[in-house]
Design a binder for this molecule. Sequence first.
Ligand code: SF4
Length: 312
Amino acid sequence: MTAFSAIEEDREIESEEFTPGVEPQPTWCPGCGDFAVLKALKAAMPEVGRTPEETLLVTGIGCSGKLSSYFESYGFHAIHGRSLPVARAAKLANPGLEVIAAGGDGDGYGIGGNHFMHTARENHDMTYIVFNNEIFGLTKGQTSPTSPKGHKSKTQPHGSAKDPVRPLSLSLASGASYIARTAAVNPRQAQEIVAEAIEHDGFAHVDFLTQCPTWNKDAKEYVPYTDVQDDDEFDFDITDRQEAAQAMYDAESRLYEGEVLTGRFYHDENRLSYGAEKRAKGDVPEQPLAERYFDDDAEWERTADELIERHT
Ligand code: SF4
């Protein structure tokens, strides 16, 4: 059986299949919110019916980047801020693969901000989970794009003079078709949102609030939180761009006032993903590039044997 014939295998899937045999125990600090992302992701996979062989997890650099080591699937630990271009290429080459990208707020909203904007604009069919702890954790506590104004750190000892990035609003303005925010302290909602994001056909962005108790000394635990779908104050239509934009702006502003608003903020089920649009136009080969790459009969591409010969 090849990686390709495993796609769409019909069988019951267990969450534990996503625990790797090697390095199954994460080395994140005690109390780190990153554990919650791993737990939500592993719990969501049986729900969406995808096996480890059908899934690719691409991560950036940072504490969050270790996720691909603790999750059993195809994995690619990319360089800083570059998880999305790798994920895009993989999805275009092998559309049957379930592609998930993940990284931190510094990785995704700062260093990889350009890729975030354009992957959302092009509506590539994938899930992007951003571990948002409002700090650079792995490199020991520098100010990140989502650190609040006035936040003191080694890089901004007198307090940041910058307004933080508004990730939900940026995502909507760029063109993402599913946008949600959840928090490590809300595992039930986190699992549901991650599963919805994976099932969505298009670019699904999940801003996942993950506390860093080690380096963010002002760390919030993101409690108490409010689910905007469960509170009458937030009666907005998640399919309406303008209403969603207002709700996101409120959620982003209130986060820095200590109020944590989570939930689904935007969902457009009608917009075609980039890959679907290209296929509808007849602009991509019928046979996925990933399969043709290993097709010894194809005339124009390098075969696996030729590659092996060239590099051995
Ligand atoms: Fe988590 Fe912060 Fe520790 Fe990194 S440094 S593992 S983000 S608590």
